[in-house]
Unconditional design. Sequence first.
Length: 300
Amino acid sequence: MDLHGISLVWRQYSEGVLCAIIGQPVSKLNRAIATPKNPNRDGLAAHEGNPDFVLSLARGLAVIEAFQNRKAGMTVSEIAAHTGLSRAAVRRLLVTLELLGYAQHTGSIFRLRPSILRLGFAFLSSDSLPALAQPLLESVTETLHESCSLGILDNDQVVYLARSAGKRVMSVNLSIGTRVPAYCTSLGRVLLSGLAKEGLSAYFDSVHLDKLTPKTVVDKTALYRIIDKVRSDGYALVDEELEIGLRSIAVPVMTRGGRIIAAMNSGVHASRVSISDLLERFLPLLTENASILAHLLGQH
């Protein structure tokens, strides 16, 4: 599906990004891209004679893929060396991404912005992830007799991609496509724990923190500490911060490289299930099924 035969979900994110970018006139992208300095390293020269192959798209995708595992960001020269593209071509692609809101720079360092996840939603909302997750969610519900859901981060909200309903515990009916805040939900805090420092800072700079219940944490310093703990613990437990009476626990779904691409949770009524019960019964089962889903995704 990607150019280099690697089935990492981040690359599938990247395909969604560039497909979204060519929603702009393709001629604008073509004019912004120069001939690569190193066609062999670039690995794209063999396709240049194929009339159905969009070389400009492939080069843009290569720039985005260059950021993989580079949390500190990259310079134009570093990306050019990595991709085999000229520095001028890389700079024009990065400026295009920045103008569209998908990249940012501080001095000479460029980074992808959290909004790239919104474009990756085009892939994650396709059939593969929900279809693979649904039987696992239903298995959890059958065992625990409570709801189980899968969600991803889309800008500052969590979007539900798949769900197995148990007993209804919220006043609002949750379904596929439902959006909830990230800062006060277990799914959201797990997903936020997967952001790099810059991404998390950008999230808190833009999000409006509403105190939805008396228990909702809205202090940014406290939320940073909570998310750090989620990152180290490997799960998030939220007690009546989204809605009074709702208690939930969530775990990450990760790639082999440790990138969080989704989160799986179970929500219960606080009067029915204690916090200790969530930790002792729910957490191991969710962790097991999230690992199974990650393994299945790695095979697709």
